[in-house]
Write a protein that binds this ligand. Structure first.
Ligand SMILES: Nc1ncnc2c1ncn2[C@@H]1O[C@H](COP(=O)(O)OP(=O)(O)OP(=O)(O)O)[C@@H](O)[C@H]1O
Length: 240
């Protein structure tokens, strides 16, 4: 697909194939087009050219809410917008995009069993159970990132798009979050595309790595391959 902003070609004939159950790392220098590409898959941008197919359906031009309903879930780099809601309510928002809850009253008051199920499934494994009734804004940055992952997962996506899920998170927490993503992939069998700059997390989490530079794919393969590829080294390190 190709995406232009005025004269800027942000994504240039980029192609990627993602299979169920696979975690694909999308890396590349700042401005490479990674977030723009993910935003197009999740319906925020419409490509100037190209096709996006999911489960044999052409999804170019579909709205983000439609895509969420058919199982395309995502996290965001900036997680501030739900600041006033509690952790549990945010998970319910994530749940409701795919599994309607039956009206606002039920949404907010729900029932205790349903709340406990959501807590066990999506908050406990991320270390968030003790915070379920806290508003997002009082949580640490690492916990807020974890809440955004829990929100996306509560919709039980088939394709999960993670935009820098561990950026700014302390190393131990980052590996815990990445480990959780792997366990969820094992449980749900969902495909994951993860944009991330932290290479140690990418290497230990992803089955395959795609490298973008200046809007285009310059490498696709294993972690070992990415480290030894001369074009990737040139782009990252300025090697001649
Ligand atoms: N809404 C927009 N309007 C105009 N140009 C944009 C817009 N969004 C992104 N761009 C441009 O598109 C290019 C790709 O940006 P993008 O944010 O997708 O890169 P990225 O690889 O995600 O970078 P980073 O790793 O820094 O997040 C950049 O040149 C950027 O300035």
């Amino acid at each position: 697909m190709t995406i232009r902003f005025g004269g800027v070609v942000a994504v240039n004939k980029m192609e990627i194939d993602v299979r169920p159950g696979e975690i694909v790392g999308l890396i590349g220098p700042n401005g490479a087009g990674k977030t723009t590409f993910v935003n197009a898959i999740s319906g925020t941008y419409i490509p100037a050219e190209g096709s996006i197919r999911w489960h044999d359906e052409e999804i170019v031009g579909r709205s983000p809410s439609y895509l969420a309903r058919i199982g395309v879930g995502r996290t965001f780099q900036n997680v501030a917008s739900l600041n006033d809601l509690t952790v549990l309510d945010i998970v319910k928002v994530g749940r409701s995009v795919r599994k309607p809850s039956g009206g606002l009253r039920q949404f907010f008051f729900g029932n205790r069993r349903q709340d406990n199920d959501l807590t066990d499934k999506f908050l406990e494994p991320l270390g968030l159970a003790d915070h379920r009734d806290s508003p997002l804004q009082v949580l640490s940055y690492g916990h807020r990132k974890a809440v955004d992952i829990a929100r996306a997962l509560a919709g039980e996506p088939d394709l999960l798009l993670l935009d820098e899920p561990v950026a700014g998170v302390a190393p131990a927490e980052a590996f815990a979050l990445a480990g959780f993503v792997k366990r969820i992939r094992d449980q749900l069998g969902c495909a994951v595309v993860m944009v991330e700059h932290k290479m140690d997390v990418v290497m230990s989490t992803c089955d395959r790595i795609v490298v973008m530079a200046a809007g285009a794919k310059i490498f696709e393969g294993s972690g070992a391959g990415v480290q030894s590829d001369p074009e990737v080294r040139r782009v990252y390190l300025g090697d001649a």
